[in-house]
Design a protein around this ligand. Structure first.
Ligand code: FES
Length: 404
């Protein structure tokens, strides 16, 4: 008991001595301290790098890949920086046509490490004949064209918790862009996935995007990457795989497919075709990553499309107290009708998935493409829909909540 009291008293005097010496120590710190205030904030700096908001960039190089595909290399303008992204994601790009602002998604075809090291990233685009934005881009985007980018989006990227170490990639046409990014990143980082088997469907051999580069990357990967071309309309001298990427072809060429995760990226027709084929192989939804469905090249060919070709309807647009009447084509999405009228809404995926374009149908009938119907059941009950994947079936009135 006595010892405990001694310790307590001793501690008390030590504290007092320390307290009395504080002013002197403080004076010494002030004497030797840096008079400049340290305003650095590493946490805020990291957050800004990961979420840079709107990015201003310009095209610094263009490269024609095939007669209908082109790669644009972008670099940030002063005061902007490229965003962090995963191999496999896409960017929403904002630009104007005849003074009308619109957005379109573009897959990032370069690797994340290249953006970090060189401050550059590639987007690759394929012309859709007759597409509102597509032909304009082909004719008007050159070195020096300035663009506005939004943060990267998309869920097809490697996740070691979710995905197998072996990825089977199924690409159609320009859908291969995300695999170019992934293969480059695999080679650079040496990280997982351990293996990628890419089944790449093209029309004919002159239509194969990045053919030489992908073959060189596969060779450099030393067995980690296998690329198999499958041509639907091959030339007579083609000795490789022919036809479509069927369950039979996957089973024959990828014997261990049952343990793999599948990434699918390509035009809408590929998704319609491949899903039943993956069903035949009992690939569970957990092991399928399907890229955004994208806009339809020709909705009239969709087996369920209930509309008519070559019809025009009146689209009444409400925004706040503003009311405008514009023309909508039966074969174009309501988002495109708004863009043509200079009333563009903000979009990201243009596949009905992200909900960015969510609007409300006040009257009239529309058709929401089933493959791109990401509207929640409760939202549907009160009239919400996604104009990026919906078509008018008669005169309609729509309330929008955002405008570019
Ligand atoms: S832009 Fe994504 S749902 Fe319409």
């Amino acid at each position: 008991m006595a010892d405990k009291a001694k310790v307590k008293i001793k501690g008390y005097f030590t504290d007092l001595r320390g307290w009395f010496s504080l002013p002197k120590r403080r004076e010494a710190w002030i004497e030797t301290g840096n008079p400049k205030l340290d305003t650095s904030d590493p946490i805020a700096e990291l957050a800004a790098k990961l979420h840079p908001g709107t990015i201003h960039a310009s095209i610094v190089a263009t490269h024609r890949e095939t007669p209908t595909s082109q790669t644009f290399t972008l670099a940030p303008l002063k005061g902007s920086q490229l965003p962090a992204f995963h191999a496999g994601q896409y960017l929403s790009v904002k630009f104007t046509i005849d003074g009308k602002t619109l957005t379109r998604p573009f897959a990032i075809s370069s690797a994340p490490y290249e953006a970090l090291e060189n401050g550059r990233l590639d987007i690759t685009f394929k012309v859709k004949p007759g597409g509102y934005a597509s032909e304009y881009i082909q004719e008007n985007w050159h070195v020096g064209t300035e663009l506005v980018l939004d943060a990267p989006f998309g869920h097809i990227y490697y996740n070691g918790i979710r995905d197998s170490a072996h990825i089977v990639g199924i690409a159609g046409g320009s859908g291969v862009t995300i695999f170019r990014s992934l293969i480059k990143e695999m080679l650079h980082s040496g990280d997982r996935p351990d293996r990628l088997t890419l089944l790449f469907g093209s029309r004919n051999s002159s239509d194969i995007l990045y053919r030489k580069e992908l073959d060189e990357l596969a060779t450099a990967a030393g067995g980690r990457v296998t690329i198999i071309h499958v041509l639907s309309e091959p030339e007579d001298d083609w000795t490789g795989e022919k036809g479509f990427i069927t369950a039979e072809l996957i089973g024959r060429l990828v014997p261990d497919y049952a343990e793999a995760s599948f990434y699918v990226s390509g035009p809408a027709a590929l998704y319609d075709f491949i899903e039943p084929e993956l069903d035949k192989l009992n690939i569970s939804p957990m092991r399928r990553r399907i890229e955004c469905y994208g806009e339809s090249d020709n909705i009239v060919r969709h087996p369920d499309f209930p509309g008519q070709a070559d019809k025009t309807y009146t689209l009444t647009v409400l925004l706040g107290v503003d009311r405008r009447e514009v023309v909508a084509l039966s074969t174009e999405t309501i988002a495109v009708a708004l863009e043509r009228a200079g009333l563009a809404i903000d979009t990201r995926c243009r596949s009905g998935e992200c909900g960015w374009c969510r609007s409300r149908l006040e009257s009239g009938r529309i058709w929401q493409r089933p493959q791109s119907d990401g509207v929640r059941a409760r939202d549907k009950d009160v009239g919400y829909f996604h104009p990026c994947s919906a078509y008018p079936l008669e005169d309609i009135t729509v309330r929008v909540f955002t405008r570019l």
